[in-house]
Design a protein around this ligand. Structure first.
Ligand code: HPA
Length: 234
């Protein structure tokens, strides 16, 4: 047990999928895993462990934003020895070529700041995905026929952003989408020598204003979970 995770040692698999929303963790575990058991409910941040094609998998909510994700990922790595960590979440589309329901595989994640800013200070570290996971996710997405984009994303610290000029610069520099967690996940994976990837579904679009209706979110979310699971075990 850790401060934020009630699981016993051995309850957490080496492969962990991390949706922001704990109820998405429940849905994904019940939909895609076998022999599912609840392993964490501290603060309602649900975590489940089961198997996928015989492989042990944990699906643990990370909460919203990098400070929350940092707590769970630090404990998953340092106390439970998680080795492969894949964020499964939503993002806002930032390019005309990206449509709602498309999947984005985040090759890199730009930030203004993250919980690791205190140690990097004047350094601009470039958080990037694990290549073996990214390559396997591309192959899985192609095999499924999912409309997929691979490139840079923006991990913002705010959902209600009062600085539209920052988004404009991100768009101008080809950033595909905005979310709030991946950069710190990539930084922690780099620090501790683990594999990380963010697989994202475009749920809304900053340029077109389009948003995925709630009844269609589940199906799109399912494609993303399957891509993540296939990538983890390729
Ligand atoms: N901004 C930040 N995070 C997000 C968004 C967004 O527009 N959509 C989904 N996650």
């Amino acid at each position: 047990m850790t401060i934020h995770i009630g699981a016993q040692p051995g309850d957490i698999a080496e492969t962990v999928l991390l949706p922001g929303d704990p109820y998405r963790a429940k849905w994904a575990a019940e939909t895609f895993l076998s022999d599912v058991r609840l392993v964490n409910e501290v603060r309602g941040m649900l975590g489940f462990t089961g198997t996928w094609n015989g492989h042990p998998v944990t699906i643990q909510g990370s909460g919203m934003g990098m400070p929350s994700l940092s707590i769970y990922v630090n404990e998953l790595i340092k106390d439970y020895d998680a080795k492969t960590l894949i964020r499964i979440g939503s993002c806002g589309g930032m390019q005309d070529s990206v449509a709602v329901r498309d999947v984005i595989l985040a090759m890199s994640a730009s930030t203004i700041t993250s919980p690791s800013h205190g140690i990097f200070r004047e350094l601009n570290f470039a958080p990037c995905a694990d290549w073996s996971l990214l390559r396997a996710a591309v192959q899985a997405a192609e095999a499924k026929g999912t409309r997929t984009h691979v490139g840079g994303i923006y991990s913002s610290d705010v959902f209600y952003d009062e600085r539209p000029d920052l988004n404009e610069q991100m768009v101008r520099h080809g950033i595909l989408g905005v979310e709030m967690e991946a950069a710190e996940l990539y930084i922690l994976a780099a620090r501790y020598g683990r594999r990380a990837l963010a697989v994202l579904t475009v749920s809304d679009h900053l340029i077109t204003g389009e948003a995925l209706p709630s009844d269609q979110r589940e199906t799109s979310f399912g494609d993303m979970v399957e891509i993540a699971l296939n990538a983890a075990f390729t």
